[in-house]
Design a protein around this ligand. Sequence first.
Ligand code: ADE
Length: 253
Amino acid sequence: MNFEVVTLFPDIIRAYVATGMVGRAVERGLIAVGTSDPRDHAVDVHRTVDDRPYGGGPGMVLKMEPLRTALRAAAGRAPAGSPRVYLSAQGRRFTQEDARRWSTAPGLVLLAGRYEGVDQRLLETEIDDEVSIGDYVLTGGELPALVVLDAVTRLLPGVLGDADSAVQESFSDGLLDWPHYTRPEVFEGRAVPEVLLGGHHATIRRWRLQQALLLTAQRRPDLLVARGLTAEERRLLAEAGIEAGLDVPVRRL
Ligand code: ADE
């Protein structure tokens, strides 16, 4: 899959995609990441990419022309049909569902904004989607672009080391993760839950699902409502003393 990131700070993108799991995906040719810097497309001697906002006020706005040229250059390198996505605090919330959908796209063009934003006309004419990674304001869209790139990349076939990871995830889809333990069995008096030591797969699976359900009910009940609960999940929650699960719709698999 080919990612193209339009950014005034390509070094941020290059540094991240050179390391870790994403770095390995690049090395193995599973993804390619290109960058396009509007400054390289500015036409004046000062290489101006921003200007004062019409109507006054603080901050600067990224100008139409260099940004559009950079974006079109990036889109031209990406396969036809690659969604063009703008990262901004005004966007709709980016979710795992978007990551899943974009993981089957031929490519992805990500536009990272800086300053007060980009000229609205660019968004209206060149952008397919606008997403935010959360209700907080960052200094630019580079970290959000990397968040999207990372979330999409790990869903691509062959990226995750453990062949089971994607399958494992589907059984607890939409829930928070269960707790994990490794050796030693007892650390400063705190023991690993007995059930995990037994090697009884069905019991361990049940315990993990119950833990995931409990944590989700406590911390993110909104996720349970959005997802629904199967009969087994409802039983597991009730068994742990949480009856609130009963208000959650039935989940059909
Ligand atoms: N740019 C600034 N803040 C952002 C956010 N929360 N999500 C996406 N892009 C942003």
